[in-house]
Design a protein around this ligand. Structure first.
Ligand code: G4P
Length: 528
């Protein structure tokens, strides 16, 4: 295997959570451990707190931040960690789902007070589908949270995953005394406000029956901990790493991100057991990271902040071989070779041009409009990486051009914004309307704002009464053509010419499905 040592030392992952569970805070603590930042508060929360018009500016401001924090690369104990950020707001969930295709594992943050929340559930569905290995951080133990056993049970039941506690908490809220590290057999005592460079107060206690434990946490809590640990050991035993890596078991840590407590235990375990860059499926075959030839795919495209430059940054995940600056690579969809003179690295302290990069790494490629989400680069082979989802939108609006002089700009803007994956564009067969489909309302505001700011095109949106768009396919071409002809007003095509049925309601959708057994209705379409 080529570049084995470089591949083995890489960990590419994302932290996911319901908004406010503590993702940003945990990210920041990781970066402190990695020496990538020096002070707390340096990582700005990449979230939009409320839904209001003033959010436009907020979105713009945050896009600046979010390019910088989209990928954070840092080293910790000779491990090179690529941490991929995911937007917290639910209207941008698609972006999160795509980012999850570029990671090898995830850390899920759960708020110990609120337990499993809406977005956690949805994210976990995607993660389970892909069998991505998960570690769980139960945060805010310094607040009066749910009972620890109930919480584990709730997470297991709601997220349909088997948990494996790695640390065990002693109380919560104002009585929170710390955790017992089940693997290291040591007691980690809690003091509010522990800093990253401070040594944690760790006492090795291999034998819980001795009186050191009582001296440290008092008789009552010591007895409860002994009972808990006996129970937990009995039920869970030793962690089966293979089952973690196959996505069947999730190791769990308890802590408090804001106090930097319990974070180090997780990070140390993470670099030890989290998977290094994994093989990835393509339309032709599985690609191994150790293959000598470079390959990878674009999972995110971000417009540059400077409105005078239309440049974009394509986020490219390397899946095999070594990526080199100025070397020609084959853009499979366009059947054209490109080289990149300024590939961008996300190493926290040097936002710099990178000379070479390895599987698991993300490089930012400056793009003038050649890339779409899902594009593959190779050293000549013709395949596409698979599994990058495109979602069925739930809100549909017709684009109305308010300034006919700017028609060209509008078309260009729509094409580019939809390439970025901000929304999907459909053209209705009957009436030729241009329809934008999104998963969240906020995206329409972003589109309207960006069309004006970046392309000078002024648009208005008219809400359409559609409930869902689904891609339609059939082995019987005539049946599909007939359906399209009869349902002109409800059928259109997406940007790539795939046929789409726009259903007014669940009832219509069901009726059409019943009446057309030879036609398949798909709710997500994989880009490849
Ligand atoms: P997110 O990225 O998942 O949305 O969450 P974020 O880290 O921004 O944290 C949400 C809020 O929870 C923040 O407070 C943060 O300080 C707090 N928090 C994070 N970890 C802990 C913890 O272990 N214990 C407690 N008690 N609170 C925690 P905020 O008031 O919304 O923001 P801020 O003004 O403090 O930044």
């Amino acid at each position: 295997m080529k570049y084995a040592s470089e591949i083995n030392r890489r960990r590419t992952f994302a932290i996911i959570s319901h908004p406010d569970a503590g993702k940003t805070t945990l990210t920041e603590k990781f970066l402190l451990f990695g020496g990538a930042i020096q002070t707390a508060g340096a990582v700005k929360s990449n979230k939009i707190k409320k839904h209001a018009t003033s959010d436009f500016m907020e979105i713009e401001r945050q896009r600046g931040i979010s390019v910088a924090t989209s990928v954070m690369t840092f080293e910790y104990k000779n491990t090179l960690i690529n941490l991929l950020d995911t937007p917290g707001h639910k209207d941008f969930a698609e972006d999160t789902y795509r980012t999850l295709t570029a990671v090898d594992s995830v850390i899920l943050v759960v708020d110990s007070v609120n337990g499993v929340e809406d977005q956690t559930r949805r994210l976990m569905e995607v993660i389970s589908m892909r069998k991505t290995p998960v570690m769980v951080f139960i945060n805010k133990m310094d607040r009066d949270g749910k009972n620890r056993f109930d919480l584990l049970e709730e997470i297991e039941a709601e997220l349909k995953i088997n948990l494996h506690p790695m640390t065990w908490p002693i109380n919560s809220g104002k009585d929170f005394k710390g955790v017992y590290d089940l693997r290291q057999e040591s007691l980690v005592l809690f003091t509010a406000g522990t800093k990253a460079d401070d040594e944690e107060d760790v006492v090795e206690i291999k034998d819980l029956s001795g009186d050191t434990l009582d001296k440290k946490i008092g008789n009552t809590d010591a007895d409860i901990l002994r009972e808990d640990v006996e129970l937990v050991d009995g039920v869970y035993g030793v962690l089966d790493k293979a089952k973690y890596r196959s996505g069947d078991i999730a190791p769990v840590f308890f802590g408090s991100a804001v106090n930097n407590f319990g974070v180090k235990e997780m990070l140390d375990t993470f670099i030890e057991i989290a998977p290094d860059p994994q093989p990835r499926a393509t339309t032709e075959r599985d690609v191994e990271p150790g293959e000598p030839k470079m390959s990878g795919f674009v999972f995110k495209i971000h417009a540059n902040l400077d409105p005078k430059h239309r440049d974009r940054i394509a986020f490219f995940r390397i899946c095999s071989g070594k990526f080199e600056r100025n070397k020609y690579y084959h853009h499979v969809r366009l059947d054209k070779d490109f080289r990149f003179s300024n590939p961008y690295t996300f190493l926290a302290r040097s936002k710099d041009v990178v000379e070479d990069a390895y599987p698991g790494d993300i490089v930012g490629l400056f793009d003038t409009g050649n890339f779409k989400i899902g594009d593959t680069l190779t050293e000549g082979e013709n395949f596409f990486f698979t599994g990058i989802p495109s979602f069925s939108p739930e809100i549909f609006k017709e684009v109305v051009n308010k300034d006919p002089m700017k028609t060209k700009q509008l078309e260009k803007g729509l094409m580019q914004l939809t390439d970025e994956g901000v929304a999907q564009l459909f053209t209705q067969f009957g009436g030729n309307k241009k329809i934008i489909g999104c998963v969240g309302e906020l995206q329409f505001e972003v589109i309207q704002y960006r069309l004006l700011q970046e392309y000078g095109a002024s648009v208005q949106f008219n809400t359409l009464p559609f409930y869902k768009a689904c891609w339609i396919t059939s082995n019987d071409k005539k049946k599909l053509d007939d359906f399209t002809r009869f349902k002109m007003q409800n059928v259109g095509e997406d940007k790539d010419g795939n046929q789409v049925y726009l259903a007014q309601s669940e009832w219509f959708l069901q009726t059409e499905r019943n009446n057309n057994p030879d036609i398949e209705f798909h709710f997500t379409s994989e880009i490849h």
